[in-house]
Design a protein around this ligand. Structure first.
Ligand code: SIN
Length: 535
């Protein structure tokens, strides 16, 4: 394959993104005999997978008292009434096989002293079922194993430094490829009857996030522009504990929930534990509960952080090498010092509406991993269910693509249109407005003010390079999140409305869906179930 102006390439499947979902799908599709190209705008390991700390939530039958039903129940409790129960069951039940497949690809998980696999616990889990690797470096090990397989035995073409500009569609609205641009902004078309989006979430919508710089919501924007539907976009999960080192913009170091799983507790500026009064699971309550409680405590005590007391954990540095390194860099010794922590944007519970096989409402367009909304997470994701979802749905999507492409081949039609102009606002303005008004604690006036601030600096531009694609995606996601958050007049999961502080069961089981109007602006509707083409 050559790159540069005027190049054209042909594959059966183009996978956009090289994290756990994308590489799993690409490797499985290759094993099924498909010709696959993986496209990523950066280097292969620039996504969120690498930064996942805690582990993979999976029931393997070796933890007394734990079983699949209990994992399903914990997922539904965390999701606060908005999960799709069938999707939850399918993904949780698919965990053991997907996990075994990953280990067969060389991923190495931590051993317990008693033999077998180590386990830890995170917020919302009622059992020790999360399997870690490298102490707190699970995502890095998953990515390492998948990239090594892709580059080694699978010989998978990995096209780095190429950003997706738009999904290419034929006159009937079927996928015929992906418009891309290389690092110099030179355009090209990858022709393929199937495109799988695995681009992750949109943490960069906020000034402070656990997400690396590449997480700008590109895949959701591509899917919406291609005619797909997104849902649950208002449910942006804030991780309760990132290391607080003063006001900062960009990726912040995560302090994994497993630290609390191993016994650490949260304290306020007076040293008082405050989670015991909030939830029966106290410091290990579901993530939305802990993040909201921290936010309230910071406001009540006039601080920018609270403190994590991990001084009771023996061998902290060996158990949590990544967290230890971040603390050391900030001059904190967790053996004796309390760790200053604050919430930061972490995970998109919503995304492109897809079934558990990755199929979306657009023929030939698939989505898997954080970019997708399968119904697993509902209004709040259970910790460590994300690597699980990437593995299970990535594998199922490969099977679905192979099934959908089976049978007689037709000549791929030409695309009917090239990438078009989209609303683009200045990134810093978007991040400032979203952080001020659309984080933990939203109200109608703030959401309207954020909308106005963004609209004032928005112009229409044809995204032609990585920066343009990212800014257009962030602008669209900001508009969509603000519209959905303004519509949902209740507090549920990670969507906290200070002007509607209670859960209102009028909204129970009703996801808000987002599509684009003729001007490319988001329109909010109600009810994923009514969507054609998606199970
Ligand atoms: C953590 O380790 O706390 C994060 C894991 C996750 O987001 O699932």
């Amino acid at each position: 394959m050559t790159t540069g102006a005027g190049w054209d390439a042909t594959a059966d499947l183009v996978v956009v993104g090289s994290g756990v979902a994308g590489l799993t799908a690409a490797l499985d599709a290759t094993a099924a005999g498909l010709r696959v190209v993986v496209v990523t705008k950066d280097v292969v390991d620039a996504g969120s997978t690498c930064w996942a700390q805690g582990g993979i939530a999976v029931v393997l039958g070796d933890v007394p008292g734990d079983d699949t039903d209990r994992h399903i129940a914990d997922t539904l409790t965390a999701g606060a009434g908005l999960n799709d129960a069938r999707a939850v069951a399918a993904i949780v039940e698919g965990g053991p096989d997907a996990f075994a497949h990953l280990r067969a690809r060389g991923a190495v998980f931590d051993a317990a002293a008693r033999g077998g696999l180590a386990r830890t616990r995170e917020g919302g889990h009622t059992a020790f079922r999360v399997v870690p690797a490298g102490g707190d470096a699970t995502g890095a090990e998953v990515e390492r194993a998948l990239v090594a397989t892709a580059r080694g035995t699978a010989g998978l073409p990995l096209l780095t430094g190429h950003v997706g500009l738009d999904v290419a569609l034929d006159a009937a609205g079927r996928v015929v490829g992906l418009w891309v641009a290389d690092d110099h902004g030179r355009p090209g078309l990858l022709r393929a009857p199937a495109v799988l989006l695995a681009t992750g979430g949109y943490g960069q919508l906020f000034a402070s996030t656990t997400n690396p710089a590449a997480l700008t919501g590109d895949g959701i924007a591509l899917a919406l522009r291609a005619g797909a539907t997104a849902a649950d976009l208002e449910f942006v999960q804030f991780h309760p504990t990132v290391l607080y080192t003063g006001p900062a913009v960009g990726r912040r170091p995560l302090v994994t929930e497993a630290v609390r799983g191993e016994g650490a507790v949260l304290r306020d500026r007076a040293g008082v534990r405050f989670m015991t009064d909030v939830h029966p699971l106290a410091d290990l309550a579901p993530r939305d509960v802990v993040a909201a409680a921290i936010t309230r405590r910071m406001a009540a005590t006039g601080t920018d952080c609270v403190w994590l007391d991990a001084t009771t954990i023996d061998g902290f540095a060996a158990r949590f090498p990544t967290v230890s390194a971040s603390c050391r860099e900030a001059g904190i010794d967790p053996r004796v010092d309390l760790i200053p922590v604050t919430p930061a944007a972490h995970y998109a519970c919503g995304g492109v509406v897809a079934d558990v096989d990755g199929r979306t409402a657009v023929a030939g367009l698939y989505a898997a991993g954080e970019v997708a909304r399968t119904g697993l997470h509902g209004a709040n994701r259970l910790a460590s269910n994300s690597l699980l979802e990437g593995l299970v749905v990535g594998g199922r999507a490969a099977t679905a693509v192979a099934a959908d492409l089976a049978g007689p081949r037709h000549t791929l039609a030409d695309p009917v249109a090239r990438p078009a102009a989209a609303p683009v606002a200045e990134r810093r303005v978007v991040q400032r407005a979203m952080s001020a008004s659309a984080g933990i604690g939203r109200d109608a006036a703030g959401l309207a003010a954020a909308s106005d601030a963004i609209e004032t600096v928005t112009r229409r531009v044809v995204p032609a390079d990585r920066a343009g694609v990212e800014d257009a995606a962030l602008t669209l996601l900001a508009q969509a999140v603000l519209a959905a958050a303004g519509t949902r007049r209740e507090t549920r999961g990670c969507h906290v409305r200070t002007d509607f502080p209670d859960r209102d069961d009028v909204w129970q089981r009703e996801s808000l869906v987002v599509t684009l109007d003729g001007d490319g602006l988001p329109v909010v509707g109600v009810g994923v179930g009514a969507l054609a083409g998606v199970a």
